[in-house]
Ligand binder design. Sequence first.
Ligand code: PGA
Length: 254
Amino acid sequence: MSQQRTPLIAGNWKMNGFLEDGAARASDLAGRMKSTGSDGFQMLLCPPATLLNAVGTAIADSGIFLGGQDCHVNPSGAHTGDISAAMLADLCCSHVIVGHSERRADHGEDDALVKAKAEAAIAAGMCAIVCVGETEAQRDAGETNAVVAGQVQGSLPVGADTSNLVIAYEPVWAIGTGRTARPAEAQEVHAVLRQTLNDIAGGEVADHCRILYGGSVKPGNAAELMALADVDGALVGGASLEADDFWSIAMACT
Ligand code: PGA
């Protein structure tokens, strides 16, 4: 964790939750934020699109940010089932995740599409959280650093600056598996990502852009991951579905 970058603890609820439990969890977290304060970190909730309105209402005035899990590249039009960045912004979303490995795998999203989505998010006034990460086979082949650097090179939106870009490093083999990158492994990749940002976007962006770690972050491993020099928060899946666990992860940043 660096003094100059405020850690971001982002909950990616994925395709989980209904109105009652989603709103209750959001209200619970909002109450903790209001009573405890959020000195030293920022919190973001990315519920499924069906819950954005209810979660947004539950966290109003708490300081918790609201985000989408994906957006279309176009602002509107004939795209059945899709949601535009402008629509997310209309629901008071400040962030949107793009290029999650589940979208890359399930929907065949490539770097060029992820870049276009990130640019759509920025054009709508939001911050794009661009996800990158290697598969287990790529790690075993010693390709991790090249893969993630290539994904950043291919996915980095034009117009990215310190206010509208977050990178999330999520090793695919660590997502939802209970396996986590060892701290030294995570730090090495985060440093590669920051150097890549420096090469593409310059030192100002590289120094101030937050790079989140994701992949089986839990209360028990959050502190050692958040303590790493180039880890600036977490993108949390499973553990974000329990308010106690998610709050504990946030507390690891304080
Ligand atoms: P996980 O998911 O914490 O359940 O591994 C992280 C993510 O996919 O963002």
